[in-house]
Structure formats: C-alpha cells, structure tokens
Design a protein around this ligand. Structure first.
Ligand SMILES: Nc1ncnc2c1ncn2[C@@H]1O[C@H](COP(=O)(O)OP(=O)(O)O)[C@@H](O)[C@H]1O
Ligand SMILES: N[C@@H](CCOP(=O)(O)O)C(=O)O
Length: 320
C-alpha cells in the first residue's frame, strides 16, 4: 500500500480581457487529494472515492462525475493507450476540498490538478506536467460542460498561462513580474460557471473584439516587461465583464473601492462571483483587500467576503 498527497492552488481565469485564453495561479488556498494504491483489482472502477471533506456533501462521489477522480481515470486510460502501462490495481481517493465551490477560483480545476500530481507520482512519474494538463482540462468539461483551460493549465503548471491555441493545445508560460500581488475577494454566494457562460453573447462586434485583443496583447507585454502601469491600463474586459457583473451584487462598488485603494486594475475572477485586483506591492494589495471587503459588506445585500493576498505561484500542482 502506498499513499501520495497532491496539492493544487486556486487559479484566476480570464485575467479581465483574456476570456478562456489567460489565467494564473496564486499560492493559496488550494485543494488536497490523497491517493492510496492497493494491489487488488476492484470489481467496478479502478478509482473510487473514499471520502470528501469540506464540501458540505455537495460534490459527487461517482468517480466519473468528480473532477478529481475523472482525471485519474483519463490518466490511466492514457497510460494504457500511449505508454503501454496496463494498470491492474485500485486507487482510493480522498479529497480535502478547501476551495469554495462555484467561486470563480478554479475550484474544479484545483481538485483535478492535485489528483493528477498525486497519481503521476504514485505510478512512478510516467508523464510530464505538460501531458497531465490535457487530462486536467478534460476535467473542466465534467464540471461545467466546457473544456476551458485557463484554470486547469495554471493549476497544473503555475505562473500565468496563455492558451495560444486549443487545437492543437499550445500553452505559453508567462512568468510574473517580481512585485505583482493579487488580491482576491470571495463573497459568500455561488455562481455556477455553466450559468455564467450561458449569459455571454455568441458573437461580438468587430469593434469590441478589436478593443479586447488590444488589451490582451498589451497585458502580456506589460507582464513580460514588468510595466505595472501598462498592466493596469490593460485590465479591461469589454466582452464578459459587462454581462456577468449583474450576477455579482455590488461588483462596480467593489471594483471602484479597489481602484481607489491603489489597485492597478480590477475585474471578475474567472466567471465570478470572486473579484480580483492587481497591485505593485504587498502593502497596497492588503489595503485593497480591506477596501474590497468593506465595499461588499456595505452594499444592500451586505455580503461577507474572504480575502486572500498572494503573489503569483510559480510552481503549479505538486505533491506534499
Ligand atoms: N472536485 C470538484 N470540485 C469542484 N466542483 C466539482 C468537483 N467535481 C465535480 N464538480 C462539479 O463542478 C461544478 C462546479 O464547477 P464550477 O461551477 O465550474 O465551479 P468552480 O468555478 O468552483 O470550478 C459542480 O456542479 C460540481 O458538482
Ligand atoms: N474562462 C472561464 C473561467 C471560469 O473560471 P471559474 O473559476 O469560474 O470556473 C469562464 O470565464 O467561463
């Protein structure tokens, strides 16, 4: 019997203008997945879920429906078809769900990436992280019906990840500027990613697209050259933010509070309801966090919000 624990942290998809093509990882919080390898072959599935902690009973225990176990099944299938490794044992999975569900913090992707880091080590590291990313992305289809990569890829690889192409998958790693800090505010409500995607337009006017890709290009340039002012000017989303802002009570109050407290820029984290801001120092990022929390608490709905301040995580999913 062998046991390995995997960890993967929260990620923020889109980064304002990069809908489905840009995301980054923060250092914490994150999900933990404990895998135990048994020699005996199971009667039904090679992977079973023994326990899930911290989800209030909300997550599926069917191995094909939970992202953490689903991606391990995909990984085992890949080992058989591409590496000539025919796994005969049984993997028991325990999930410590530390990330809030449907939060805009890449919760489903964190479970998947943590499980893959553990499974790979458990079986002697037959795959590279770049191979594992493919399975983590497939896990997102199980979670919300869309295999978007802007959470799964940074959860697995760390840093900022730009998805240049989905087919074939072409990922570009962008290391963060040294003094860049993220403030993440999670108000205590849920917004399902599948729903937040359904409110988006199927087509956008050329003028809107032009504005959006100008900002994506400039944001990437700002990150690569540590041009904090340019990063701030480029955190503009004219595609998803206007449609999703109504799903987050007080979004514009929170955004204005963050900017007034000195943030470089502020937008919706992933599909919301969390809101993120960038700052060029830890001190400012902490002040921004207090301002965002205060703003959520003074709107009509009086929402409580958790705040995290973190640099971008370089490491991605790992074993503990
Ligand atoms: N391990 C998991 N963690 C989070 N959600 C999961 C997991 N496995 C399956 N799901 C399903 O994914 C959906 C939540 O996904 P989504 O709305 O994208 O939330 P998030 O933004 O937190 O990833 C829920 O229907 C949930 O049941
Ligand atoms: N690009 C996706 C990101 C969803 O992130 P999540 O953390 O809310 O799952 C989208 O905008 O739909």
């Amino acid at each position: 019997m062998k046991t390995v624990t995997g960890f993967a942290s929260a990620t923020i998809g889109n980064v304002a203008c990069g809908f489905d093509v840009l995301g980054f990882a923060i250092r914490e919080p994150g999900d933990e997945v404990i895998l135990t390898l048994h020699d005996s072959e199971p009667s039904t599935s090679p992977v079973s879920i023994k326990a899930i902690h911290g989800d209030g009973g909300a997550l599926p225990k069917d191995p094909k429906k939970n992202t953490s176990s689903f991606v391990v099944l995909k990984f085992l299938e890949y080992l058989r078809t591409h590496k000539d490794i025919d796994f005969q044992g049984h993997i028991e999975l325990e999930l410590r769900k530390n990330l809030p569900l449907s939060s805009g913090m890449g919760s489903s992707a964190a479970s998947a990436a943590a499980a893959l880091a553990a499974a790979n080590e458990l079986l002697g590291s037959p795959c590279t992280k770049m191979e594992l990313v493919h399975f983590a992305i497939e896990g997102e289809r199980v979670a919300c019906g869309s295999a978007h990569a802007d959470n799964a890829a940074p959860a697995m690889l760390g840093n900022f990840i730009l998805i240049r192409s989905y087919n074939p998958l072409d990922l570009v790693t962008i290391p963060p500027p040294q003094h860049l800090y993220c403030t993440l505010a999670h108000p205590h409500i849920e917004v399902r990613t599948a729903y937040a995607r359904s409110v988006l337009p199927r087509t956008i006017p050329l003028k809107t697209a032009t504005e959006q890709w100008g900002n994506v290009g400039a944001l990437v340039s700002g990150l690569l050259t540590s041009d904090y002012e340019l990063i701030g000017r480029s955190l503009v989303d004219v595609v998803a933010e206007p449609k999703r802002a109504p799903l987050i009570p007080g979004f514009y109050d929170v955004k204005n509070a963050a900017l007034e407290a000195g943030a470089l820029g502020c937008s919706i984290a992933g599909s919301g309801p969390s809101v993120f801001a960038f700052s060029s120092s830890k001190e400012t990022a902490e002040q921004v966090g207090s301002a965002m929390k205060e703003a959520f608490s003074t709107i009509e709905e009086r929402l409580d919000a958790d705040i995290w301040v973190s640099p971008v995580c370089h490491e991605g999913a790992r074993t503990l």
